[in-house]
Design a protein around this ligand. Structure first.
Ligand code: SF4
Length: 229
């Protein structure tokens, strides 16, 4: 299987009734400022090359961001933050991401989310997280050079453990608590894999100063150092 095949399969998933209803309702009602646009209204696949050594795992698409544009983190303020940071880190060819076809290309990084459909109030349920986790597992399995996972927020941090456990990584007990800059390395069947925690790039963190650009840059610099080592 290739990432393209996986992306196509993810895009057709309807496993979570609440999220299917919400993503499609948002795509029908739309936000007034995007009224002329055709919303994607489906699960949002990941973005980035199969030879990526770094994965960035977010929470879920935004209703009027990824759920509108059909590309992860594209078209909302969270995306403004993460793509600008990836560009500063040398992992993206441009600092902005407005729509599919805007010329954005990622190098050495695959960006995805723990849950692929936009949830009401940006809050998937634990059951929805678990239902979606096989997609994340398959995506990570299709990145043979993966060395580092940058996890944006505690939701993704929690989602990742069972995914890695099923992939054969021995999990630490107790699990390391999520925090910004927290780092832990697991050694599994495909060698070492380092998890790096970062506060999520959501507005509730970036507007309040809980997450600053230097803080995010430091995590991505650490990720590129680890990936290249
Ligand atoms: Fe499918 Fe994941 Fe969307 Fe649920 S959240 S419908 S599992 S893609």
């Amino acid at each position: 299987r290739t990432l393209q095949v996986l992306d196509d399969r993810i895009s057709g998933c309807r496993a979570c009734p609440r999220l299917v209803a919400w993503r499609e309702e948002v795509a029908t009602v739309k936000r007034a400022s995007f009224r002329e646009e055709d919303y994607w209204g489906r699960p949002v696949p990941g973005l980035g090359p199969a030879d990526a050594r770094i994965a960035v795992v977010g929470l879920a698409p935004a209703a009027h961001g990824g759920n509108r544009t059909g590309r992860v983190f594209t078209g909302d303020r969270s995306g403004d933050w993460i793509f600008a940071a990836l560009w500063r880190a040398g992992l993206a060819n441009q600092p902005t991401s407005t729509h599919r076809g805007d010329g954005l290309e990622l190098t050495d990084v695959r960006v995805c989310a723990a849950v692929r459909c936009a949830p009401p109030d940006n809050a998937p349920t634990p059951a929805e997280r678990d239902t979606c986790s096989p997609w994340l597992a398959r995506e990570l399995a299709l990145l043979p050079r993966l060395r580092v996972v940058v996890v944006l927020g505690g939701f993704g941090w929690t989602a990742l453990w069972p995914v890695l456990g099923r992939a054969g990584y021995p999990l630490p007990r107790p699990r390391p608590a999520f925090g910004h800059g927290v780092e832990t390395t697991l050694v599994g069947p495909r060698g070492p894999l380092t998890l790096l925690g970062s506060y999520h790039v959501s507005q509730q963190n970036t507007f309040t100063g809980r997450l600053t650009e230097p803080m995010l840059d430091a995590v991505l610099t650490r990720a590129t150092d680890l990936a290249g080592g």
